[in-house]
Design a protein around this ligand. Structure first.
Ligand code: DSN
Length: 418
């Protein structure tokens, strides 16, 4: 990236420092990951120059022959890894994937039954300040107060009482396996469409480590950069009967020209997702999440629902005399990066909630295993107990950096994609 360094040293320097930050911190944000250098190279390619409104063999502009090769490969690979009848690889994000599904299947005023945001749901599933909450009526299900698992009996009762037009399964902070078959049964009982938003768990599903909704759901949406380890973007999978409507709602419905450089990078990620290395990494991601949750539990931390089945878990800090926000800020000073998070039935606010969310995709991609999870748990405990002591936090930060140096992510030059 000598050219960028010469033309725009400020941006170059910010990118260089961000690589160093990613390299020298323990990243525990459950929705983040480190994509491969091959994905970075496709995403940083000259495909960004091409306008390609439309779909393969049906473009508006000339010169799309090579672009068509890229998009067809991406679609074929998406269909193959997920076993889907149809794939649209153009959504710029998971949110736009959801927008296209909602616009194509509902009319304003229709009812959505989806998970409460504070129990783990997502903004695009009907949050009042999101388009989904402004256009549609939201009814929420949540977790059981005792078990903190999804309360399927409540879900069924709510569906029967409210007759929703669409039921959404999927979450951004739910640590337990989702029973998509049960969702489908309930949707069928009330004549609702069924959307599974698998943004967080897509990689686990591809690796066969989580129940797969593709055979059951009318629509499946995901972002491509979380456990799936691709570029930042979105994807829609659906039954053939919905294909043309979905395609029309993505383009020209809500998007213009597709981001072909990102689509190429999705193709690379989907190819990588077929490898043994990817499956092993997904399996280790779950083992690491279980191990880190157990280590913290042994130190007296309350883990929501008692543990995890996937790549993330929530820590309820109410017995620790520290808020989620304070914990996030303290841990960042110690080189451990995660996010504050509401816990089910939280008495505090979203901005300063009672919990933190911990995820293991990033640390696993860089090669960390159970021994490192044990070390990370020690640091988290030490930092949260000594959160007013800047010297303790500084010492932890340098130990974290030392460990991280033994698990390199990118060669800095390669990551800058020369
Ligand atoms: N912001 C994402 C997450 O962290 O889960 C969801 O879109």
């Amino acid at each position: 990236m000598e050219t960028l360094k010469y033309i725009d040293p400020e941006i170059f320097e910010a990118i260089r420092e961000e690589i160093e930050r990613q390299q020298s911190n323990v990243e525990l944000i459950a929705s983040e990951n480190y994509c491969s250098t091959a994905v970075l190279q496709a995403q940083g390619s000259i495909l960004t120059n091409k306008y390609a409104e439309g779909y393969p063999d049906k473009r508006w502009y000339a010169g799309c022959g090579k672009i068509d090769i890229v998009e067809k490969l991406t679609v074929d690979r998406a269909k193959e890894i997920f076993g889907a009848e149809h794939a649209n690889v153009q959504p710029h994000s998971g949110s736009q994937a959801n927008m296209a599904v909602l616009f194509s299947s509902l009319t304003p005023g229709n009812k959505i039954l989806s998970m409460d945001l504070s129990h783990g749901g997502h903004l695009t599933h009907g949050f009042k300040k999101n388009f989904s909450g402004q256009l549609y009526k939201k009814i929420t299900y949540g977790v059981d107060k005792e078990t903190e698992y999804i309360d399927y009996a409540e879900l069924r009762a709510l569906a029967k009482k409210n007759n929703p037009d669409l039921i959404i399964a999927g979450a951004s902070s739910y640590p337990r396996e989702i029973d998509f078959v049960k969702f489908k049964e309930i949707a069928d009982e009330v004549g609702a469409l069924f959307l599974a938003d698998i943004a967080h768990i897509a990689g686990l599903i591809v690796a066969g480590l989580h129940q797969d909704p593709v055979p059951y759901a009318d629509f499946v949406t995901t972002s491509t950069h979380k456990t799936l380890r691709g570029p930042r973007g979105g994807l829609i999978l659906c039954k053939s009967k919905y294909a043309s409507k979905i395609d029309q709602y993505i383009f020209p419905g809500i998007q213009g020209g597709p981001l072909m450089h990102v689509i190429a990078a999705k193709a690379v990620a989907f190819k990588e997702a077929k490898t043994k290395e990817f499956r092993e990494c997904q399996s280790q991601t779950i083992k690491n999440a279980k191990s880190l949750a157990n280590e913290l539990k042994e130190k007296g931390y309350k883990i929501v629902s008692g543990g995890t089945d996937n790549h993330l878990f929530l820590v309820d800090l109410t017995n620790k005399n520290i808020s989620g926000r304070e914990a996030q800020e303290t841990l960042e000073k110690a080189g451990i990066v995660l996010n504050r998070n509401m816990i089910p039935f939280d008495k505090r606010t979203a901005n300063d909630p009672s919990g933190i969310r911990i995820g293991t995709p990033s640390v696993t991609t860089r090669g960390m295993k159970e021994p490192e999870m044990s070390q990370i748990a020690n640091w988290i405990d030490l930092a949260l107990n000594g959160y007013k002591d800047n010297n303790t936090l500084k010492t932890i930060k340098s130990e974290v950096a030392e460990l991280c140096a033994t698990f390199p992510i990118y060669n800095v030059d390669t990551a800058l994609v020369d």
